[in-house]
Write a protein that binds this ligand. Sequence first.
Ligand SMILES: Nc1ncnc2c1ncn2[C@@H]1O[C@H](COP(=O)(O)OP(=O)(O)OP(=O)(O)O)[C@@H](O)[C@H]1O
Length: 254
Amino acid sequence: MTATPILSARGLVKFYGKTQVLHDVSIDVAEGEAHVVIGPNGAGKTTLFKAVSGEFPVDGGEIRLGADIVTRLAGWQRVRRGIGRSFQVARIFGEMTTIENLIVAVEARERRARGGFALTLRVNPRKSTMTEARHLLDGLGLGDQADRPAKLLSHGDKKRLELAMSLALRPRLIMLDEPTAGMSPGDRSNAAALIADTQRAHGLAFLLTEHDMGVVFGLAQRLTVLHHGAVIASGAPADVRDDPTVKEVYLGHG
Ligand SMILES: Nc1ncnc2c1ncn2[C@@H]1O[C@H](COP(=O)(O)OP(=O)(O)OP(=O)(O)O)[C@@H](O)[C@H]1O
């Protein structure tokens, strides 16, 4: 690869107690790339995400964001350097309306740029903040849900809101852990199209995990397969799909 990747993790090792869950895992995400990590249940995908986002320290290896080594930095410091993480369970504020959730995210970014942090809602958001929040909502097909309390949104719409909030923070890399989990097949393909559109429109890099193979092969520009906490294949989706080891341990059974 010629350009510096947005994310480069090298030789990651993680133990839970005495059990080793990540074995020398390396993964890169290039600028503007959608890189999908797949693997059977318990393969270590969520653990890899937590390691990259800084939820816990790794027991070995190195993580870089662009040229910066972030291995020893806390999660919030990595967010400041451009990681946007969205979780399997949406972290939205249920009592607030959809648009208020987005205003909080936009204001958090603005406050972050000024060096502050708290996630609070101003009584009178600035006009530019409102405009940006509306624009994001409309772009993600949530315009008609703007004034509903977020807790009343459908599961699929909560996922969209979660993605909108991730985008509002303007990260360099968005990490999505099973973004279509729990969705109906229709919602699933809509969500995949939304992610693909967002990626193209904003030139963002994505690191995703996903179980639905339609979504995986629809989105991935690069695919990495984890098995028992180790990378067994990584590369172009068509090459990975045809890899005999991958077929044997994973795709052949799915
Ligand atoms: N907090 C923990 N303490 C001990 N073991 C854990 C912990 N979290 C996960 N594990 C174990 O680590 C291994 C990897 O789990 P992980 O959740 O990363 O897998 P995954 O690939 O994300 O699975 P899934 O597809 O089911 O979400 C599993 O064997 C799991 O049981």
